[in-house]
Ligand binder design. Sequence first.
Ligand SMILES: [Zn+2]
Length: 473
Amino acid sequence: MKKFFTTPIFYINDVPHIGHAYCTLAADTIARFWRKKLGRENVFFLTGVDENSQKTVDAAEKLGEPIEKYLQKMATIWRETWEKCGIDFDDFIRTTEPRHVRTVHEILQKIYDAGDIFPGEYSGLYCTGCESFLKKSDLDEHGNCPAHKVPPQKIQEKNYFFRLSKFQKPLLELFEKNPKLLEPEKRRNEILSFIRGGLDDISISRENAEFGIPLPWDESHKIYVWFDALINYRSGCPSEDFWKNSCHFLGKDITRFHCVIWPAMLISAGISTPAEEFAHGFFTVDGEKMSKSLDNVISPLELSQKFGNDALRLGLLSAFEFGNDGDFSFAQFENFYRTKLAGGVGNLFNRVIVLIHKFLAGKKPENLNAENDEIFKNFEKLLETKKIRSAIEIFFETVDGANELLNSTEPWKLAKVDLPAAEKVFAKLLQKLEILASMAEVLLPETFPKMQKMLGDEKKVGAPEILFPPVEK
Ligand SMILES: [Zn+2]
């Protein structure tokens, strides 16, 4: 079996914050889990950036930079941020790349040939911040876009439309057939009631827009940025074998694009629809929405430089269950680092290895082999259903269990009076460390090789190490 994972492609009019990192780290963690299960060659993880937006043009103009130079600079920042955060993607797509433009043209032409695109006149409201058409009913009490607090533009122009209204029934049938088309349940129900409420045809092109991909049959029109952006998942997919098991991760604010427009486009073009889509929730920082005006926007690099990539990953992913909304706080994050990572798993590894050196001269006791399989099976089941936080809990429960065993049996005392009994305790502890290392391959990928080194070979353990060094307040 092959598996294909994607993140949304983010707009690059600004640098990444931990909200973007949250989704990308979650997708990376699930991809790592499947790589461990299926082998590297059977998993493909795609991420990238959305460049064909008026937002990027505006941002470049504000800086007085030529657009190409600006895009190159920002795409590099995004790519390097993910690399520095330890995100192991297989491909990074930019929507200005020729391979993407080619796929967009192919798919648009297919939809056009199927008779699902027609010319018309659009008159209505558009918010550039959202890159989205708005209805009067979407606006707040001041007549502003609720997300951007600015009045939308009034637009009247000739556009091409996608016949989305035609796909109400096929989409409902599709959701009926595939319960994984959108998870969690709450999001799925929202989308189903949206579809049941009836679908309007949507404008898919902007006349005389200065930036974007032109329509293949009418170059005076540029393709609406969302319509082109969704297609990146096809442009970046290595083969049909991967496509069959594609899984999109996305934020809960973009489910209509991903679970209504996107499958309708694919049905029209005669391409199979995604196997799975999963919408994650949003988090506040210390109870407040992250925003520039509040000056509480956190860079993932800030956290990774101070605490390391594994702490960044688990600190974010353990704050609340994947799919829910929650809160992130610095105090909680630092506490997590100190108690769970440094004081928990780090301290455990160090103590056990030091004791084995001291009392058994580093020699490994005979292995007992008991409950490990059960723990790992539960861990797997949770990650198969994308319950990342619960999987992390199993990891730390195992750490706590091992620490309890260590403290209740006190092998450093036992060894002085009954060495064979102490050896048995060490064997049990080593087993726990082995299962922890196995889970760490997915959850703590940068710590995993250090754990392996400490666990040594068949006969001897390695040198003790500090896995999570203390950090200054
Ligand atoms: Zn807006």
